[in-house]
Design a protein around this ligand. Structure first.
Ligand code: TYM
Length: 379
């Protein structure tokens, strides 16, 4: 999506701002573009390609081909993803989770799902631990509602499953110098010492299966590309600990609803939260930034600009399954055959339907949460 912003682009695990050029990011982060050849290889296993692949939302990777090789050779493949519980879950967070579920279903893979309550406490000024823990529980219900297999999904929070994670994290930390951490994450003299250690906590699950289950495994991390700096550390350390380097598959960012496309949980009207009511959705989508002309007459005559329209991008990213309809929407907008009100109504209906279903599954998740949560082993 093209966004209208004057800010200098910046993508870190804690901040995404400015107009993100994904081709530049591929070079900057040293990741590989997800090629048609790789997508076709995945299709052989999947049968059907997920729309997030068909539409290029997942656009980059590291060693995804090697991970497929491992699967084809019968080596254990494992998935790893996560959430930092700083607030309610929004639709953007679902992008990697929906995709992870798709991969879990295809490869029947064990999934390690880390909830970094420690991270969010450390980076959020003035926030109490109790508040973060409440969000962690809340977010876990959203995670379970995505439909992960309870037999194969292991969710844990760093502050509860500490003994196991910390025992792995120190092994990672021993191999990462402060100078590397500083260069990778931009730490400064005023960064608190907790957050400086934290990258080892997020790297640790890359080696959990191997260490806890004592089994060779090839890990794949599906996430948005902002998390990539962690995997640089994990991949550097992996051979030093005698493990395979984790592979990764990375998505673009679902845009926010305002002009400029920034999604920020601190500006609630820029995001659709999974707990939103139909009224919230109607209001937010009605006020969303579009590429429409100021008047109906001009829209009909000159057409709109779907490239900068968040309503179009929401349909494109997640809410319109039919590729032909997405294409027609684009063309109809450009040629003034549809108006913004039509698109907003269409998207509002789709999101409300999706959220009602999600909220029912979330309620059911309360009853089965115990099937997913990893408990520390008592000695
Ligand atoms: P967090 O909670 O910021 O984000 C959770 C996941 O959602 C992705 N994401 C998005 N994807 C698409 N569009 C967006 N607008 C958008 N915003 C966020 C993030 O990339 C992430 O995949 N430190 C992590 C938690 C974590 C983790 C992990 C994430 C721990 N281990 C392993 C991925 C993989 C965090 O705070 O994520």
């Amino acid at each position: 999506m093209r966004v209208l912003q004057n800010e200098v682009p910046k993508v870190t695990p804690w901040e995404v701002k400015g107009e993100v050029d994904y081709n530049v990011l591929i070079k900057e982060f040293g990741v590989e573009p997800l090629t048609n050849e790789l997508i076709e290889r995945l299709k052989k296993h999947a049968g059907v390609l997920h729309l997030l692949l068909r539409r290029g939302v997942f656009f980059a990777h590291r060693d995804f081909g090697d991970w497929l090789d491992s699967y084809e050779k019968g080596i254990r493949v494992v998935l790893y993803t996560g959430r930092g519980p700083s607030g309610q879950t929004h639709i953007g967070h679902l992008i990697p989770w929906i995709f992870t579920k798709y991969l879990q279903d295809i490869f029947k893979a064990i999934l390690y799902f880390q909830v970094t309550d420690d991270e969010k406490y450390l980076i959020s000024p003035g926030v109490e631990l109790s508040e973060i823990k409440k969000y962690a529980y809340d977010n876990i219900l959203d995670i379970i509602a995505v439909g992960f297999d309870p037999e194969r999904t292991r969710i844990f929070t760093n502050l509860d499953y500490t003994k196991e994670i910390y025992n792995i994290a120190i092994k990672v930390a021993k191999h990462v110098t402060f100078s590397t951490a500083k260069a990778t994450f931009g730490f400064t003299e005023s960064s608190n010492i907790g957050i400086i250690f934290f990258p080892a906590m997020q790297a640790a699950p890359c080696f959990m299966h191997q260490i806890i289950e004592k089994e060779d495994a090839h890990v794949l991390i599906p996430c948005a590309v902002d998390q990539e700096p962690y995997w640089r550390i994990s991949r550097d350390v992996a051979p030093k600990l005698g493990f395979r380097k984790p592979a990764g598959i990375y998505s673009k960012f679902m845009p926010g609803l305002g002009a400029g496309g920034k999604m920020s949980a601190s500006l609630p009207d820029t995001c659709i939260f999974l707990s939103d009511s139909p009224e919230d959705v109607k209001r937010k989508i009605w006020n969303a930034f579009t590429g429409g002309q100021p008047t109906l007459k001009e829209q009909r005559e000159k057409g709109g600009n779907p490239e900068i329209c968040v309503v179009y991008w929401y349909l494109y990213y997640l809410f319109e399954e039919d590729d032909k309809k997405v294409y027609e929407l684009y063309e109809d907008c450009k040629h003034g055959n549809i108006i913004c009100g039509d698109c907003k109504k269409n998207l509002t209906e789709k999101i409300i339907k999706f959220l009602i279903e999600h909220q029912i599954k979330r309620k059911e998740a309360e009853k089965i949460i115990h099937k997913f949560i990893l408990k520390s082993r008592q000695e």
